[in-house]
Design a protein around this ligand. Sequence first.
Ligand code: ZN
Ligand code: ZN
Length: 347
Amino acid sequence: MRAVVFERYGEPAEVREVADPAPAEHGVVVRVEATGLCRSDWHGWMGHDPDITLPHVPGHELAGVIEAVGARVTGHRPGDRVTVPFVCACGSCPACAAGDQQVCERQTQPGFTHWGSFAQYVALDHAEVNLVPVPPELSFATAASLGCRFATAFRAVVAQGRTAPGEWVAVHGCGGVGLSAVMIAAASGARVVAVDVSPAALDLARKFGAAECVDASAVADPAQAVRELTGGGAHVSLDALGSPGTCAASVNGLRRRGRHVQVGLLPSPTGVTPVPMARVIALELELLGSHGMAAHAYPPLLELVRAGVLRPDLLVTSTIALDATPSALAAMGSAPGAGATVIEPWV
Ligand SMILES: [Zn+2]
Ligand SMILES: [Zn+2]
């Protein structure tokens, strides 16, 4: 098969022929019809993810058709349309037993712990726990965009943020996951303040339901701007970018007893990010993480997509071939971009 491979961190990846994967006993091989390009892939390529060993094939937001199933898989068969959360769970650890597969103790992640979906085929483990059927009316490109950014945003806004109608939700960073969060929060009945340094990203945020926008490059203190626009601070605030600056701005833009949800990854040389904890104490803020979404939590999301309440398809702003992926991956660092790019490995 053809795949995007890199041998060294930060050096150009290339498209080349590699061996086809085979399914594990409990796993499947999926023919990849669409796979999203995500900032996490860029972090992995830069060497920020300790799970990756070289050479490596990135890609974790995928949808496609089952090509082969392992001997112990009974619930899925070749030809089924499927997608998968980027956290593939083991199905048997205490976290999985509690229904929290998104924080499985023995998780695998395609494109991180093993070769991913910037390829014509990808192997996925523990199919019975992880595969999500894709309804026929949902395109592969749209389904691929659910796997990471949209599902993650959905869990961050609805489950972790506990967003209620009428509340103010601030979204710091309006790339793929941020715009998804804007759309989901607005559909939940919240009033959304979108914050970004890019006017183009803010235009999209407004289109997807943001009531207010803050151009973080044009104000001295984005958190203060959020507090002023929301009459004292947001009830829920997401750092959808993942940087010390946006993390702190998100916490500082909350009202009393507000909830900060960290969605963007925060790699740092020491593994520690400064957080304004004095404000957390004084205002009784909650700090929450959001790490994907378990396969069993997908049906309510898929129902909202089917009903047209949520439109992840509108977030897909470009479609590229495998050959264009190495340069698009490299460009993620300087220009995360507004909206989502989907790769079609068979085009
Ligand atoms: Zn587990
Ligand atoms: Zn992703």
